[in-house]
Ligand binder design. Sequence first.
Ligand SMILES: *Cc1c(COP(=O)(O)O)cnc(C)c1O
Length: 379
Amino acid sequence: MHDFTIEVHGCRQADYTGALSQPIYQSATFRHPGFQQSTGYDYSRCGNPTRDNLEETIAALEKGQKAWAFSSGMAAINTVFQLFKPGDHILLTEDLYGGTVRLGEIFAKYGIEFEYIDTTDLELVQRSLRPATRAIFIETPSNPMMLITDIKALAELAHSHAALLVVDNTFLTPHFQKPLTLGADIVVHSGTKYLCGHNDILSGFLIVGQSPCSQQLIEEIGLYAKSQGANLSAQDSWLMLRSLKTLGLRVEKQAANALQIAQWLKQQPEVTDVYYAGLPEHPGFQLNRQQASGSGAMISFKVRDSDLARSILGKVKLIAFAESLGGVESLITYPLYQTHECMPKYLLERTGLDDRLLRLSVGIEATEDLIADLQQAFR
Ligand SMILES: *Cc1c(COP(=O)(O)O)cnc(C)c1O
């Protein structure tokens, strides 16, 4: 089935009442019919019908075998990092979500080594792989510089070293990019962003595909997910199912808006650089076209100086100056002081993330109104 259809219908047949909207199973526990008999449900940390429905829908969209819904993106990434043990080495995209770097600092305490490199450089990735390397963790497009990493090539490199390829697919969503079909072993999401799309719930996902190690991953992740208890609640699972119904409509409109805004930004005298993989002059344009069906709706750009950057944040009216991304409402973020505030200095210098950089999450408003708002904020 096409993504649009899976998004609307999810994976379950309607229940016996015929309800089109999936019931919310707001129950912590489930009655057993008798000794050693079960309906398939015991306790909602281990399994809940509303959450199961959501997990199956997300697995279908990512073309995965199994998905788990967590209470946030960080809870999902935390579970990935728990797969590793002292002495293991992990390579990560150097330009990635700041919270992932901060979590890595916590896991370093347990003897896991995190090394950040430019994963768009395949030779560098190859040189950086060590016998202890157990995973490569990437974001493509990266955050906030929008660099494009070759998923297929990295899957091959990782597998030649018996390492996993983990892809944080938050920015493009399965509607535009399906990393498991390109060889990735695990897909990560902050569902808080595009999958939810309405800035009303936090959530996260892990999805495992059909790679040779997937059976083991399914057992291990399943054990951690039910043991840790950072599972998504029934109410939030239902809100997410409802959000997914319009995922395709939202992200396609957002991407169309983003392309127009990126083209407009390029022509502004106040703007020195525009980073958006949908612009043909972007270095990752071709690669992104090969591995994804869209460029998403995240744009970063640099303005002349930091005073102008700060004054824009105070002047936008329609666009909200706020952290987060992916919702129907457009947001503008100042990465250096918000999402990437905890990023080590050497990484900021290497990636070029500075005080002139602004990041725009384009919503579904009319393009003209968004451009008019930026225009008045620039002058
Ligand atoms: C927001 C975000 C996360 C963290 O997700 P939360 O839902 O905020 O915990 C991880 N990765 C990326 C790319 C994100 O944008």
